[in-house]
Design a protein around this ligand. Structure first.
Ligand SMILES: NC(=O)c1ccc[n+]([C@@H]2O[C@H](COP(=O)([O-])OP(=O)(O)OC[C@H]3O[C@@H](n4cnc5c(N)ncnc54)[C@H](O)[C@@H]3O)[C@@H](O)[C@H]2O)c1
Length: 349
């Protein structure tokens, strides 16, 4: 094993961050933010969805380069890791519905492929390895409970089960590796980004209510935490810059207490902007998740507080819809949501 790094290079221009899954919803926002802070960024993505265009604006930036490819492709990943100081892992088959629809791909990408990828990080002189996990790991908890990082994990979906397994894999490497891993359990994302995902609650509700679509809200009283994509950019940057002792082998819920919302609270906030929108309610929907999350650890240890509230995100999205920013939303469902994949890719005709 190479010498354990004890000192982080604090000058971002001396660091090159490899962002796995840079071409999805959250990835481009994180990538752009790190470039703005002076980091060099290498983006790696398989483009499971037709989202190649989302990184185009960054292609002229001298600190940026793109490696198209699969995180399961060992020789390609080994090449991409050359000259890299830090790693952010966002790649994966993301969401309960898509992992349920494609269980084999989920196993290959989120379990076997991710485990092998984690195995490639050691002995390369890497400093930070940030693994992005999910607050979905808490599953279904009682209404009067708040999940802090040590709360029991009861993942309900293939998606969350794989995240829990990979967290354990990474945290089990203490004393065995030369890099410093951090697990960030992200709240559910909202906010404008080059690739919007209208399969996520806040964006879906705002779009459907703005476009006057029939909207069924299931289990309106269920809680979830939410976080703006730009705040996720800040969180990642803060973990990269934090003293090693504050983040190595630590798990953080990433979000803020003010953004724990029920679906009813989301609908009510959207109605402030769209008072005439129609909403129907149903009980016993297909997604039983209900969790309120405690974000005090990230607030106290990393001084992280989200800059954006759910209301800010809704306002921004309603304005964008007013300006017809997503006129192609029905023509390109798979650009705007995780619905269909071709994995492993079928041979070209
Ligand atoms: N969006 C959310 O609400 C949310 C909430 C909690 C956690 N997260 C986590 O944040 C991360 C990013 O989420 P997102 O919403 O941007 O998802 P996304 O689906 O938009 O992006 C994931 C990206 O990973 C890429 N990818 C998938 N498999 C790959 C592979 N084998 N090799 C290389 N690239 C691959 C996809 O092509 C896609 O561009 C994920 O790890 C997700 O679990 C997201």
């Amino acid at each position: 094993m190479k010498k354990i790094l004890t000192k982080t290079m604090t000058d971002p221009s001396q660091r090159r961050v490899l962002v796995f899954g840079a071409g999805g919803y959250i990835g481009p926002v994180v990538t752009e933010h790190l470039l703005e802070l002076g980091y060099k960024v290498r983006a790696l993505d398989l483009f499971l969805y037709p989202t190649q265009s989302v990184l185009e604006d960054l292609s002229g930036n001298p600190g940026f380069d793109l490696v198209p490819g699969d995180h399961c492709d060992r020789p390609m990943v080994e090449k991409a890791l050359k000259g890299v100081t830090d790693v952010v892992v966002l790649s994966g088959l993301v969401g309960d519905p898509i992992t349920k629809k494609y269980p084999d791909a989920s196993k290959k990408i989120n379990d076997e492929g991710m485990r092998a990828l984690i195995g490639l990080f050691k002995d390369r002189g890497l400093d930070r390895v940030i693994f992005v996990s999910t607050c979905s790991n808490y599953g279904l908890i009682k209404d009067d409970e708040l999940a802090a990082e040590d709360f029991e994990l009861t993942p309900l979906s293939l998606y969350a089960k794989a995240k829990v397994a990979m967290e354990r894999e990474l945290l089990g490497l203490k004393g065995k590796v030369d890099f410093h891993p951090t697990v960030l359990r992200f709240a559910t994302a909202f906010g404008l980004a080059p690739r919007m995902r209208f399969d996520l609650t806040i964006s879906q509700f705002a779009r459907d209510m703005r476009l006057g679509r029939d909207m069924q809200v299931y289990d309106a009283e269920t809680w979830r935490p939410y976080c703006h994509v730009r705040d996720f950019g800040d969180v990642i940057a803060q973990v990269l810059a934090a003293p090693v002792e504050a983040v190595a082998f630590e798990v953080f819920n990433a979000g803020g207490d003010v953004n724990n919302f029920t679906k009813q609270m989301i609908v009510d906030t959207i109605l402030e902007f769209l008072p005439d929108a129609k909403v129907a309610y149903q009980e016993q929907g297909p997604d039983p998740r209900n969790y309120r999350v405690d974000f005090s650890k990230i607030r106290e240890r990393l001084k992280f507080e989200p800059r954006y509230t759910v209301r800010d995100g809704i306002e921004e999205l309603v304005r964008a819809l007013d300006n017809n920013m997503f006129a192609d939303v029905d023509e390109r469902p798979n650009f705007y949501g995780n619905y269909e994949i071709d994995y492993p890719p079928s041979a070209p005709q």
